[in-house]
Design a binder for this molecule. Sequence first.
Ligand SMILES: Cc1cc2nc3c(=O)[nH]c(=O)nc-3n(C[C@H](O)[C@H](O)[C@H](O)COP(=O)(O)O)c2cc1C
Length: 163
Amino acid sequence: MKTLLLVYHSLTGGTRQMAEAAARGGQAQSDVQVRLLLAVKAQPADVLAADGYIFATPECLAAMAGLMKDFFDRTYYPVLERLNGRPYAILVCAGSDGQNAARQIERIATGWRLRTIAEPIIVCTHAQTPEAIFAPKVISPDDLARCEELGAALATGLAMGIF
Ligand SMILES: Cc1cc2nc3c(=O)[nH]c(=O)nc-3n(C[C@H](O)[C@H](O)[C@H](O)COP(=O)(O)O)c2cc1C
C-alpha cells in the first residue's frame, strides 16, 4: 500500500484545517495510507517511508514557519538522494502573501528531486493587525475543498502508479 505523508505546522489553526482537508481527500482513496504529522514530530524515517508528500505551513515574516524549517533542517540530509522522483504539493496559509514560503519549500523539494504535481495552494486569511494575527482562523469551505481535491489527486495518482 502506498503512503501519503502530510507534514504541517500551524499557530492559529488555518494551516491545520487545510492539511486536515487534504488528508480527508487522500483518505477517500482506500488504497493509500494517509499520515498527518505535525512538523515537530516528523522524522527522517517518516519521510523515507512515504511515497508522496504534502507540506503545509503558515507564512511567517516572509518565510515558512520556523518549526516547518526545523523539520526540513532535521530531515534534509538524512534522506537526500533517496526520495528522487516522488510527487509532492504545497499548502500555505498566509495573511496577505504566502509566495515566499511556497518558494522556499519548492527550493528544498528541488534539492530532494521531488516532482511537483500542482501549483501551491495559498490561502490568505487577511490578518493584518496584532489582534487578527493571533485570532483563531477559519478557512472557507471553498478553500478547504481545493485542499481536499489536491489530497485526493495526489492519493489517486499514487494508487494508480501515475506518479
Ligand atoms: C510572526 C508572524 C509573522 C507573519 N508574517 C506574515 C508574512 O510575512 N506574510 C503573510 O502573508 N502573513 C504573515 N503572517 C500571517 C499568518 O501567515 C496568518 O496569520 C496565517 O493564518 C497563519 O497560519 P496558521 O493559522 O496556520 O497559524 C504572520 C503571522 C505571524 C504570527
